[in-house]
Design a protein around this ligand. Sequence first.
Ligand code: PHE
Length: 452
Amino acid sequence: MSQSNREQWTSRFGFIMAAAGSAVGLGAIWKFPYVAGTSGGGAFFLLFIIFTLLIGLPLLLCEFVIGRSTGKEAVSAYKELAPKTKWHWVGIMGVVTCFLLFSFYSVVGGWILIYFGKALTGALSNPAISYEGLFAETISDPFIALGAQLLFIVITILVVSRGVQNGIEKANKYMFPALFILFLVIMVRSLTLPGAWEGIVFFLKPDISRIDSSTILAAMGQSFFALSLGASAMATYTSYLDKNVSLTRSAVSVVSLNLMISLLAGLAIFPAVFALGFSPAQGPGLLFQVLPAVFSQIPLGGFFLICFLALFFFATITSAFSLLEITVASLTQKKPEKRRKASWYAGLGVFLLGIPSCLSYGVWSDVLIFDKSFFDAADYLVSNLLLPVGALFISLFVSFKMKRELLQSEFVRGSKIASRFFGIWYAVVRYVLPLLIVLVFLNVIGIVRFTQ
Ligand code: PHE
C-alpha cells in the first residue's frame, strides 16, 4: 500500500473545497431550484435535506472509506479490497459514468463560456433582444457550440494535468469560496428587489399536496446526484487524503456546504425571476433565457449577470475536474509521471464522445435514440441508470465485502464522537441504503410508479 510517489491534498481544507466543488454543479444550480419549485417548494427542500442526511451522507462516507483505506484510484481500490473477484467492475463503471457525464456536462460548460463572453461585451444587456431566439441561435451553431465545449474541456485538462495539489486543489481553493461569495451577492440583489417575496414563497412554502411518492423518490435521487455519488469520483478524491484527517467530519462539512448552496441557489434565482414577472422555466431555459432577461432589467444588471455566469462557470468546472480526474487517476495509477499525457488523451476523448450531444441541439436535433436526443439519452443513462446502480453496488460492497474492523477504524479516526455513530451508519449502509436505492432506481426507470 505504498503511497510514496502518490500526491496528497495539502490540507483538510483543500480536500473539502475539492469535494464540495465536485458536488456543487449543475445539480444544485440547474436541477434543484426548478424541481424544488415545482414539486412542493419547502416540502421538497425538507425532503431533500432529510435524504441528503439519510442517504447522501452515509453513501458519501462509503466512498470516502473505499478511497482512503486503499489510497488508490477507483479500479485498483476495489481490486485491493476484494482481490480475485469481479468487484473492480464497480470502479470501471464509475470511470465510464464520469467519462460519459463529462461528455454532455461540457456542452453546458461551453454555453456558459459563450454567455460569459457575450455578457462581458454587453451583448446581453439589451432588453429589446429576444433571449429565447438568442439561446436557440447560440446552441445550434455547430462551430461556436463545439468550439466553446472544446475550450471548457481544455481548461479542465490544463488544471487536471497540473496534478492534485498544483492543479485541482489550488483551483478549487479559489473557485469554491469565490462561488460562495458570488452567490451571496446575487442572493442579496435578488432578495432586495421589489416583489421578491413571491419568489421566496414559490421556492420555500411547503405545499404538501404536491408531494407524492414519486416526488419523494425524486428527492432521494437528487440527494445523491448532487453529492457526486455512485461513480466512485468521491472515492478517488479521498484516495489523496492524509490518513489522520477525520472522514466523518469532512463528510459532514461537504454535506453542509452542499445543502447551503442549494438553499442559496433557490434564494438567488426565484425572487429575481418572480419580481420581474417571469415564470420559472426548466433547466437551460431558466438559466440562459430567463435570467439574462431578468438581469437586463435591473439596475447594475450587467454586472450581476457577469457575477452569475462566473459562479455558474466555477460550479460547473469544479465538478468537471472530478469527472476528468477519475479517468486520469486510473490511467496513471502505475505511472504518475504520465499525468499530463493522460489528461490530454482523456479530455480529447471526452470531447469526441460529446460531439453528438452538442450537435443534438442543432444539426442533429432530429437524430433520436429511444425517442431522446443524444444529450437527453446520455443524461438519462447517467443520472437514472448508471449512478443509482453504482450507488447500490457501492453500498453493498462496503457492507458485505469490506471488513467491519477496517470500516470502523477509518470511520472513527480523527474524531472522538464518531465512534458513537459507527453502529448506526453500518446498519443504514447494510439494510436501509440498498432498499431505498432500489426503490429510487425502479421509480426512475418507470417500473415502480406510486399513485395516491
Ligand atoms: N454533483 C455534480 C452536480 O451536481 C454531478 C456529478 C455527479 C459530478 C457524479 C461527479 C460525479 O452537478
